[in-house]
Design a binder for this molecule. Structure first.
Ligand SMILES: *Cc1c(COP(=O)(O)O)cnc(C)c1O
Length: 400
């Protein structure tokens, strides 16, 4: 599959070729979908060696340990992430919980950004708490000294998410990771917003890089999938944890992830271009106080984004300029003709929801002149999206 000379190729070339082995599959361009639980061994010796062989990449031992369909996506993501290994999980949240389970034991303490994805918080304050693992949420814009002050003898891990998927703070990943690593912590990062195309966590000091592949990798709002890519030091523990948890993704969904990956480069560049066009238009609107899109020069975190990221995806926040009523917000959203109201993002289509960070945070406060909307800018023509938003603002200001 991947050879060292492949590593020097451009990202789009890699996206077109990683994980493919046509000679192995009768010439088929795409690795086929294997529907399999039992894998028959040729003899008893081979069968009994299965426990060891499930760690040897590419070996198919039992359905739960992965098929060639899984191995294709795992090897492609490992190459893109610069990782020693990648495991595929049945959802982005499963990727987060599997990564944390790989690291913590009872009595440990973890540091989690206050801007974390809601269900990440829920896992920390729910199941992890019940297992005797405590969590301190920290200000996403904390500096390394501030972080150091939160580290206790039992602190085991730090979770980053940059930018936060609701409030879009861009964390200084290299500085925070370096400080955390100096204290012996395992550094985890939710990299769903940027994907490995626009940010490379492992090269910036992260140990476990997490993708909700449901979003941009699948890219078509039709499958749930997650992935965790590990540095050398964590690869074996991550894989054995995934095996112990039995969290295997179905082969059809993995196939959709592989298929989405092929076009990730072109899609992301278009999401970026469209999002920038819409964000610039929004910034100049009287109904808008601030657009939280790190690619905008006046947005919070722009400098760090420019330093560390290779691009911006299609998701951003819009802080409204006045405390518009819930009825007015509902009138705006309910009447949109192109923007759908729904969870998730990263598909080809545009979405819009209202967010309430003030209800989610514990380490920081959220002060804004008006409600926060979260927009996902899809691959539609930006002029049509802008017209939809313009009509939406008319409903908003009419008061609903
Ligand atoms: C959606 C999302 C997840 C969870 O992914 P699922 O596949 O929905 O479980 C995790 N992190 C971020 C930032 C997300 O937006």
């Amino acid at each position: 599959m991947t050879t060292s000379s492949d590593s020097r190729r451009g990202t789009d070339t890699k996206l077109g070729h990683l994980g493919r082995e046509p000679q192995r599959f009768d010439g088929a361009v795409n690795p086929p979908v294997y529907h399999v639980s039992t894998v028959l061994a040729p003899d008893l010796d081979t069968y009994e060696a299965g426990g060891r062989r499930r760690y040897e990449h590419g070996e198919m031992v039992y359905g739960r340990y992965g098929t060639p369909t899984h191995h294709a996506l795992e090897s492609a993501l490992s190459e893109l992430e610069g990782a020693a290994d990648t495991v595929i999980l049945p959802s982005g949240l499963a990727a987060i919980t599997c990564a944390l389970f790989a690291v913590v034991r009872t009595g440990d303490h973890v540091l989690v950004t206050d801007s974390a994805y809601g269900p990440t918080r829920g896992f920390c304050t729910g199941l992890l708490q019940r297992m005797g693992v405590s969590t301190t949420f920290y200000d996403p814009t904390i500096d390394p000294e501030g972080l150091a002050a939160l580290i206790r003898p039992e602190t085991k891990a730090m979770v980053l998410e940059a930018p936060g998927s609701m409030t879009f703070e861009v964390q200084d990943v290299p500085a925070l990771a370096q400080r955390a690593k100096a204290a012996g912590l395992c550094v985890l990062m939710d990299n769903t917003w940027a994907t490995p195309l626009f940010f490379q966590p492992i090269a910036h000091g992260v140990d476990l890089s997490i993708q909700a592949a449901t979003k941009y990798i699948v890219g078509h709002a039709d499958a749930m999938l997650g992935a965790v890519s590990a540095s050398d030091a964590w690869a074996r523990t991550l894989r054995s944890t995934m095996y112990e948890l039995g969290m295997s993704a179905g082969p059809d969904d993995v196939y959709l992830g592989m298929r989405g990956l092929r076009t990730l480069g072109v899609r992301l560049r278009q999401h970026w271009r469209n999002a920038l066009t819409v964000a610039e238009w929004l910034r100049d609107r009287p109904e808008v106080a601030q657009v939280l899109y790190p690619a905008l020069p006046d947005a919070p975190g722009h400098e760090v984004w420019k330093r560390d990221f290779a691009g911006a995806s299609g998701l951003f926040g819009v802080v409204l300029a006045e405390p518009y009523s819930r009825d007015a917000i509902a009138a705006m959203l309910d009447g949109m003709s192109l923007f759908g109201i729904g969870s998730s993002w990263g598909g080809y289509e545009s979405l819009m929801i209202a967010c309430y960070p003030e209800k989610a945070r514990t380490a920081t406060t959220w002060d804004a002149p008006g409600p926060l909307l979260r927009l996902h800018i899809g691959l539609e023509d930006p002029a049509d999206l802008i017209a939809d938003l313009e009509a939406g603002f008319a409903r908003l200001t009419a008061g609903g």
